[in-house]
Design a protein around this ligand. Structure first.
Ligand SMILES: [Zn+2]
Length: 386
C-alpha cells in the first residue's frame, strides 16, 4: 500500500512536469441536476477570484469549505456560515503543487475529487462547473472511470489511455460554444474525478502523448465494443458511412472470451410478427416463413435479403434487444432460437480480443493496427501544435 502511494506521487510529479503546457477544460457533474454545490479544498492551496477580484486575503488550504448556490441569476458564495456575496463568475486557482478539491451535491452519493482549477459560471441558468486540468491527469481519470473489460494489465490500460487521448484531442471543439472542451458524461467521455490506481497512472505515463492516426495523419475515431464474435463489422454497414480504417476483420482473439456467444429464445409468433409488420403479410405464408425460421450467418451480414426485401440485422438487434446483430436462427416447436456471437456493434476494437492480444504479448500499437486498418501510433506533438 505504502509503495503504491509513493509510486502515485512519483507518477503525478512526472506527469505534472511533463504536461504543464497542455490543459483542457472539462465540465463537471454535467449529467447531474443541482442548485447548490459544496467545494472543499483537499490539498494544496487555492486563490479565489470572484468577478476577477480576490476575495480572501490568504489562499484557501485543506479543510476550507465553500458553498455555491444558484440564486436569482447570480452565484451566491458562502464560507461556512458567512455570506461572501453574489457574483457572475467564481474561479478557484491552484497556487501550490498538487491542488485538489472535492465537490458534493445533494444528489451525489459520494463526493467527487478533482485536481487543478475550477471555474463556476451560470450557463442557461444552471451552475456550470468547469475543471481546467492537465491532459494526462484527465486521461488517467477517464480510464479509471471507463475501465472496460476485466483486465488489470498495464498494457491494456495503455490501450485505453491512447484511445481516450485520441478521442479527447479529436473532440476539443465539441463544447467550445459553451466555454469548455468536453463534458464529463457519456456524451463525451465519462470522467468521475482523479485517478487513484497506480497501474492506470503508470499506463498513462508510459503511453504519454501517444495517439492513433490514419494514413493521412488524422486522429481516428477509436470505436470499440465488447466482443466481435470472431469477426468485426465495417462502419459502412452499421453507420452508413464508410471509414477507411473501420473495416471488417477476422478476429480469432475474441473467440472463447466471456461475451463471445449468446442465445435468446423468442416465441415464433413474435418473430414472424416482426417481419409481417415491417415487410408485409406475405410472411404469413409458409414459403416465406421457411426463410426466416432457419437462417445462418457464417460471416457477418448487415443486410439480409429475402426476395425484394432488405432486412437490416442491426434493426432486428435493436427491436429484440439482442447483444449483437451477428446471429443465426433455428426453430423448434413454438420457439425461435437465436444463437449469436459477440457483444456490441462490432465496429473497431474488440475489448475482449484486445485483452487476449495483450496476454499473448502484442503491443498496443500492434493491437491498434490489427483492429484499425492502416493506422499508426504517434506522439500528438507530431501533428498538433499547441
Ligand atoms: Zn459532451
Amino acid at each position: 500500500m505504502r509503495t503504491n502511494k509513493i509510486f502515485i506521487l512519483f507518477v503525478l510529479l512526472v506527469l505534472t512536469s511533463r504536461t504543464s503546457g497542455l490543459n483542457i477544460k472539462v465540465r463537471l457533474l454535467s449529467e447531474h441536476l443541482f442548485s447548490t454545490v459544496d467545494v472543499n479544498v483537499v490539498s494544496g492551496a487555492y486563490s479565489v477570484l470572484c468577478d476577477n477580484k480576490k476575495v480572501f486575503p490568504t489562499d484557501l488550504t485543506a479543510g476550507s469549505a465553500i458553498t455555491i448556490t444558484r440564486f436569482e441569476g447570480k452565484i451566491r458564495m458562502e464560507k461556512g456560515l458567512e455570506l461572501i456575496g453574489f457574483f457572475s463568475e467564481i474561479e478557484f486557482i491552484g497556487t501550490k503543487y498538487n491542488n485538489v478539491f472535492s465537490l458534493k451535491t445533494a444528489n451525489l452519493t459520494k463526493e467527487r475529487i478533482y485536481e487543478d482549477n475550477l471555474q463556476i459560471v451560470l450557463l442557461a441558468s444552471e451552475l456550470s462547473l468547469v475543471n481546467t486540468i492537465g491532459l494526462e491527469k484527465y486521461i488517467a481519470g477517464v480510464v479509471q472511470s471507463e475501465v472496460f473489460g476485466s483486465s488489470n494489465e498495464v498494457e491494456f490500460f495503455k490501450i485505453q489511455s491512447i484511445a481516450s487521448r485520441t478521442y479527447c484531442l479529436a473532440n476539443l471543439n465539441r463544447h467550445l460554444p459553451q466555454g469548455y472542451n468536453l463534458c464529463d458524461g457519456t456524451h463525451c467521455q465519462a470522467y468521475k474525478g482523479r485517478c487513484t490506481q497506480a497501474d492506470i497512472l503508470r499506463a498513462t505515463y508510459e503511453s504519454f502523448s501517444d495517439v492513433v492516426v490514419d494514413s493521412s495523419n488524422r486522429l481516428i475515431s477509436t470505436a470499440y465494443h465488447s466482443n466481435s464474435g470472431g469477426m468485426t463489422e465495417s462502419a459502412g454497414n452499421i453507420w452508413q458511412k464508410d471509414i477507411s480504417y473501420l473495416q471488417s476483420v477476422r478476429d480469432t482473439f475474441s473467440i472463447g472470451a466471456r461475451n463471445y456467444q449468446w442465445e435468446k429464445v423468442i416465441p415464433k409468433k413474435q418473430w414472424i410478427g416482426y417481419f409481417i409488420a415491417g415487410f408485409g403479410s406475405k410472411y404469413a405464408q409458409p414459403e416465406y416463413q421457411a426463410k426466416i425460421l432457419n437462417f445462418e450467418q457464417e460471416q457477418r451480414i448487415a443486410k439480409w435479403i429475402i426476395d425484394v426485401d432488405t432486412i437490416e440485422t442491426k434493426d432486428i438487434r435493436t427491436f429484440f434487444k439482442l447483444r449483437s446483430s451477428y446471429f443465426s436462427v433455428q426453430t423448434k416447436g413454438e420457439n425461435v432460437y437465436l444463437k449469436g456471437k459477440g457483444y456490441g456493434h462490432g465496429v473497431g476494437l474488440s475489448q475482449e480480443g484486445a485483452i487476449e492480444m495483450v496476454k499473448q504479448g502484442y503491443s498496443p500499437a500492434e493491437i491498434f493496427r490489427f483492429y484499425y486498418q492502416d493506422v499508426r501510433v504517434i506522439k500528438y506533438t507530431e501533428i498538433i501544435d499547441f
